[in-house]
Write a protein that binds this ligand. Structure first.
Ligand SMILES: CC(C)(COP(=O)(O)OP(=O)(O)OC[C@H]1O[C@@H](n2cnc3c(N)ncnc32)[C@H](O)[C@@H]1OP(=O)(O)O)[C@@H](O)C(=O)NCCC(=O)NCCS
Length: 169
């Protein structure tokens, strides 16, 4: 392996500035108005469940997971997922999702929710949440509200409002 191979590492405090810049470049100031952003801001993401992608030492991508509840059921919110434009379409986004999902499962988490394009996230096992089963605290296209079960049947009988999980913040 050369020094320029892809590495995926848990996020550290030292990544904060580079990640802030990446999110600013990708999503702009409009990100603050997004419903998912407001949830993430509430509880704060969990660095040990969030990952950076590097080519050599260059940070080229990131995914973050935040503790939430759906009704009373603990879950995680995935996002943002961001890849630097020159490094897109090389599988880095999927690799970050797979690593985050695997780590969450290994730590005993059972559900991950996200707001995103179903055709992209379906590859990692995400499915549309049936309309009305779960609601975000702000406007979200229901076709983009997705869930992945990390354990068989984990989403059965789960419903309710999605909110930050302050107890696990
Ligand atoms: C979306 C994003 C994370 C994808 O990252 P990536 O590293 O380029 O993705 P991958 O290389 O793992 O996957 C590429 C594949 O997904 C497909 N794809 C990319 N975006 C897609 C989308 N929105 N819907 C459906 N398919 C998509 C590509 O066509 C490609 O398909 P192929 O493998 O058949 O050629 C990246 O484009 C990005 O950072 N976009 C801006 C931020 C954003 O929109 N984040 C997601 C918020 S929900």
């Amino acid at each position: 392996m050369s020094d320029l191979s892809l590495t995926i590492l848990p996020e550290t405090a030292d990544d904060a500035l580079a990640l802030e810049r990446l999110h600013e470049r990708t999503f702009g100031p409009g990100r603050y108005a997004k419903t998912a952003y407001r949830i993430r801001e509430g509880a704060g993401h969990r660095p040990e469940l969030s990952f950076t992608a590097r080519i050599g030492t260059l940070l080229v991508g990131s995914v973050q997971l935040t503790p939430i509840r759906i009704g009373e059921t603990p879950a995680l919110l995935l996002g943002p997922l961001t890849i630097e434009p020159p490094f897109r379409e090389r599988g880095i986004g999927q690799a970050l999702i797979e690593r985050a999902v695997a780590e969450a499962r290994a730590k005993g988490h059972r559900l991950i929710v996200l707001v995103g394009d179903e055709p992209y996230y379906a590859k990692a096992g995400f499915k549309r949440i049936p309309k009305g089963r779960a609601s975000m605290p702000g406007p979200v296209d229901p076709a983009r509200l997705l869930v992945a079960e990390l354990a068989a049947g984990a989403f059965e009988n789960v419903s309710g409002p999605i909110r930050p999980d302050w107890d696990r913040a």
